[in-house]
Design a protein around this ligand. Sequence first.
Ligand SMILES: [Zn+2]
Ligand SMILES: [Zn+2]
Length: 176
Amino acid sequence: MFTVLQIFQVFTIAWLLLFLGDFLSTFCYHIPEHVFGKLHLQTHHAGKKTFHHYAVLLPDVKVLLDGFLGALPYLLVAIILWHHSPLGVIGGLLLGQLHVWWRHTTALGWRTSQSAQFLCHLLGITTPEQHWVHHQKVTHAFGDIFTCFDPPAKVWFRYLRWLRLCGRSLLITPVR
Ligand SMILES: [Zn+2]
Ligand SMILES: [Zn+2]
């Protein structure tokens, strides 16, 4: 039997994995990829795709690579947290995977119930409808799992875009 403390530890580790994973994935992969890369834009934001495409359930190399690179930060956090609670890590990874599928159900025409939307709003969790905004407007609604990452992510996005512009103008400006 589990003690209350062990149950608390499992939930804390699962939450920590998702929170740190989403933070690292957003700031180290998702936004840099939006600014400097092409893969994520080509696979996740180009045209109208199916649920299986967005939910990384297709045997397509580019889709799988984008999904893997987005998931890599979660896996690194999982390794770090493993010895604290293997059950919490497994639970966190499972919940993260379920959220990937759930947040793309808009592509199936599903709508989130009012009560689920209210609960997500209370917990600061991204709903499929909120994530769909990101699919349509690439500079909006960052934070795949947690909505709190959206405001700092927008600042990071603008900063990296400014860096890219500086880099371009440096390359274009002839050296005297
Ligand atoms: Zn998506
Ligand atoms: Zn994106």
